[in-house]
Every structure is written in structure tokens, then in C-alpha cells.
Design a protein around this ligand. Structure first.
Ligand SMILES: [Zn+2]
Length: 218
């Protein structure tokens, strides 16, 4: 499962939780907040007090909205995993802000990527997983976005597309990320550990470079 800026969450099955509608809702909150903050600093004392009170109420509402969304997302993911007897691999989120902020250009973008509570989503996933008997593991996100999930070579990532120069797989960059996290999750869960998930090069009959991961996972 890949956490992102464009989609809140994307699973290796291709299910995603679109961030667009959420972004709209949160932009609305943000605009209202900005206008209230302006008023709170210019008008009379009583109207300033009123503005501050509304701001407090607004922040509670926004927090509850986010919490509600995270509950729904995590519930759907856990239910699906339970049905398929799958485990859930998520990115270790340390540094997600730095990473999602890397490409942001303006303040609006920065606010958007900073304000989604991925940590809360992860917490919800973990406790729901515990309750339903679905294992949730965190894997290191290093290179998941640049590594090809088919052959484990470093590929080219543009904003939304990923292209592998080795096996020629190309497609949605976030989906590739989700599939990489899934691979890492499976490797952590194997008795052999993660050692087999390395890109040792062997050439198959077609002359294409292959990694052991392709053979074991199909
Ligand atoms: Zn590849």
C-alpha cells in the first residue's frame, strides 16, 4: 500500500482512495480559516473573540472529517485483506513529509501534503488489523518509488509515470510503488528473509535480465 499526495492510499491490487475530493473539502476549510484569521486580526475586540471561537470549532470539524475518512479507508483495506487472506505492507512513514514535499512548488501544495494525517491512518490500520487478525507490517520506503516491481532495477520516474529501462514495464508510478511495498512486505514475511529480494542479474532465454524475485513471486 502506497501513501501519497495524489491519492491518499493506493493498494497493490489497484484500489485507490482518490485525494481529489478530499483536497477540495480541505481547501474549503483552509480558505474559511484564512479569512477568519484575517478578520481576527483587524476588527474590534468582540468580533476578534468571535472569530477565534469559530476557528476552534472549525478545526474540530476538520479533524473529525479526517478521522472519519481514515476510518473508512482503513476499514475497507482491512476487510479486503481479510477476505483475501493477505497481509498489509505499508511504508514506514518516517520522513514522508520530506519526501512528499520534495516536488511541491508553492505554499498551497505544501499545505496539502503536510496536512493529511498518514500517521493516524497507519495507527487505524494497525489496530483494526490486530482486531481482525490481519498482519500489518511497515517496510522501509527507500527506493520503492524508483525501483521497478517487475525486475527490481532502478527505473525512470516522472511525476505520474514509471518506466523501467530493463524490462520495459511502464505504468502508473504510484501503482509501481504499491507493488514494490507489497514485494518488500512479502519478503519480510518469508523465512528466508529479505535476502532473496536483491537484483542479482541473470539472463533468461530471451536475453532479458531477470531477478530471483520474478521467479519466486510470479
Ligand atoms: Zn523492470
Amino acid at each position: 500500500m502506497d501513501f501519497g499526495r495524489r491519492d491518499i492510499a493506493l493498494t497493490s491490487n489497484g484500489d485507490k482512495w482518490d485525494g481529489k475530493k478530499l483536497t477540495e473539502t480541505r481547501d474549503k476549510y483552509s480558505r474559511t480559516r484564512a479569512s477568519l484569521q484575517r478578520k481576527a486580526s483587524t476588527r474590534t475586540r468582540s468580533s476578534r473573540r468571535r472569530c477565534r471561537r469559530i476557528l476552534v470549532r472549525l478545526s474540530g470539524r476538520e479533524r473529525r472529517f479526517q478521522q472519519w475518512m481514515n476510518h473508512n479507508i482503513s476499514k475497507a483495506i482491512i476487510e479486503q485483506a481479510k477476505q483475501q487472506n493477505a497481509l498489509i505492507a505499508i511504508e514506514d512513514l518516517t520522513g514522508i513529509r520530506e519526501r512528499t514535499n520534495k516536488k511541491t512548488r508553492n505554499q498551497t501544495e505544501r499545505r496539502r501534503s503536510n496536512s493529511w494525517s498518514f500517521f493516524q491512518l497507519r495507527t487505524f490500520l494497525e489496530y483494526k488489523g490486530l482486531r481482525e487478525g490481519v498482519e500489518v507490517i511497515a517496510v522501509s520506503p527507500a527506493y520503492t518509488s524508483q525501483t521497478c516491481h517487475c525486475c527490481l532495477h532502478i527505473g525512470l520516474r516522472s511525476d505520474k509515470k514509471f518506466k523501467c529501462g530493463n524490462c520495459n514495464w511502464s505504468g502508473d508510478a504510484d501503482l509501481n510503488g504499491a507493488k514494490m511495498i507489497s514485494l518488500l512486505g512479502q519478503s519480510v514475511n518469508l523465512p528466508r528473509g529479505s535476502s532473496y529480494l536483491c537484483c542479482s542479474l541473470s539472463t533468461d532465454s530471451s536475453g532479458l535480465l531477470k531477478s530471483p524475485a520474478m521467479e519466486s513471486l510470479g
